[in-house]
Design a protein around this ligand. Structure first.
Ligand SMILES: [Zn+2]
Length: 224
């Protein structure tokens, strides 16, 4: 059951198409799991259309039109999800397809047919992450915590959005389940721990790097 949702500002900006790409990816991922927010988006889109139709048409400059075309081109060039495995390993391919089919559509596109094809970096045996390189101003990652294990204790220097894609995790505040959209602000400290009953996969975007609490990880951080 999804408990944490994007606020009205996120949903309105998403419906208007004005939310920056990394945050929009988080909202789109949440919508995959949340019928309530999907309904709100439909209502906001209908309202936006009504307001748009009431506007007096304005002349658009050719430069603006070129920018719009470039944006459409970028969206069209997102690679389609691979629907077959060239290696011929059908069992593995079927398992990967099943795993991917349960993911939000934008993540399926980013994974290009296989989550394992992403470049993963490992911290210890229980935690790994993959940078998605969506926006140079933000750090957007998928992170994977093994069942019952934790992310090192850290503090936030900026805002962070996390969406639980698979499994669940807890910190000192609450337990977060698949689909939850969690916003952390600067100064907050926490140590997420994946539930014992399964691995946890999360999507996260932050506008300033986190600070590890342990001196060991602080020494390692520049290298990571
Ligand atoms: Zn929701």
């Amino acid at each position: 059951m999804v408990k944490y949702h994007p606020d009205t500002r996120f949903l309105t900006d998403y419906a208007a198409g004005s939310l920056p790409e990394a945050q929009a990816l988080c909202v789109a991922s949440h919508l995959h799991y949340c019928a309530g927010c999907r309904l709100k988006i439909r209502e906001l889109t209908a309202l936006g259309t009504e307001i748009f139709l009431l506007q007096t048409p304005l002349a658009v400059s050719s430069a603006d039109f070129e920018l719009l075309l470039a944006r459409v081109e970028t969206l069209l060039h997102l690679a389609p999800v691979a629907d077959s495995d060239p290696s011929g390993n059908k069992a593995e391919s079927k398992a990967q397809s099943k795993q991917l089919a349960s993911l939000p559509k934008p993540l399926q596109k980013l994974a290009r047919g296989n989550l394992e094809s992403l470049k993963w970096r490992r911290i210890g045996k229980s935690f790994r992450y993959s940078n998605l390189n969506i926006d140079p101003k933000r750090e957007t990652t998928l992170f994977h915590i093994m069942a019952g294990c934790s992310v090192p204790h850290h503090r936030h220097r900026g805002d962070e959005i996390t969406v639980v894609i698979k499994g669940s995790f807890s910190d000192h505040d609450d337990k977060y389940n698949t689909g939850d959209f969690i916003v952390r602000t600067a100064g907050e400290k926490h140590r997420p721990v994946a539930s014992q009953d399964g691995d946890c996969l999360c999507l996260s975007t932050l506008d300033a790097p986190i600070v590890m609490s342990s001196w060991f990880y602080r020494v390692l951080q520049p290298l990571l």
